[in-house]
Ligand binder design. Sequence first.
Ligand code: SAM
Length: 351
Amino acid sequence: MANNNKGLGSAKVNKKDEFYTQLTDIANELEHYKDHFRGKTVLCNCDDPRVSNFFQYFALKFETLGLKKLITTCYKNQEMDLFSENKSERAIYLVYEGDKNGNGVPDPEEIGIKQLQGNGDFRSKECIELLKEADIVVTNPPFSLFREYVATLVKYDKKFIIIGHQNAIKYKEIFPLFQQNKMWLGYGFKGGAAYFISRYDDKAVAGEHREGMIRVSGVVWFTNLPIQKRNEELILTATYSPEKYPKYANYDAIDVEKTNLIPLNYDGLMGVPITYLNQYNPDQFEIIGNTCDTSWCRANGVGRMGEATIAQLRKQGNKAHVTANMNSLYLVKDGLVSLPYARIIIRKKQK
Ligand SMILES: C[S@@+](CC[C@H](N)C(=O)[O-])C[C@H]1O[C@@H](n2cnc3c(N)ncnc32)[C@H](O)[C@@H]1O
């Protein structure tokens, strides 16, 4: 789950929603969830079936997975610069209930194409009715509406496997779901970056560019379906010492720079990178809080940075967007102030 700056980062993809998931990426992730689909209705609710590989995947795998029904709704885009060849048409939805003529493939006459009254917005009343009918929602939703999208799934108590950006973990609406074990990370994309089919300009460096694709770093799968990796314990090999693991100057927790450096013999609070969640097993650690959420920090004893700390930071030439009143974690070593990257607070699960 590396997050380098090559390709499109979260800020850009959060504003641009028209990019399409490759069939191989869908297949690679869904391979781990095969047992969940038998007898289930799957909804892909941000998916124009004419271009969506999610529809393609489930239609082709319908019998193998033992699905009951596949529903796919398409969103009628109003913007000018998008793929939407279908701009003048109304939004549609498709219902597929499996191969009827025994040829093993989804034929056009077996796929029911129905008109939607509205524009196919996942929040619209008619799409919510389809959502209610579904057991599992699987898609790559618009990143720009990720908070609302997840809130809708949670409200209707749906199982889901969806793509999003890892930065969304830090959102104050999303993080509690991780904490309460209502959402976790799936298996993910190789190297923490994915290539999506798109007309947007790809900013990937030459060696990483692929024609007709954009490379997006930091994309992950989010789910609330049980998966094997969640039961696997992270093997800890590092040992604690106060020198190697300094405490924050304004919070009683040690700073752990990398997931593979989590010490095996420390029982107190630890600040770890959010990428740790990729290896989170709720029987091994508990998630205490999200230090990117200032209200959590204030309520949980992360002290103010204070004028002297800010003055020292500026003296060191650090221009970070922090002020004296902020309750942001910082470290002090030999009189020098440093700011850790985004941290979540975890603690070894007491057994
Ligand atoms: C990141 S793209 C992914 C498309 C497709 N799910 C895939 O993975 O190939 C997100 C899609 O959501 C659609 N979308 C945007 N706003 C939407 C909304 N309010 N309701 C439903 N779909 C929406 C966009 O038109 C876009 O096609």
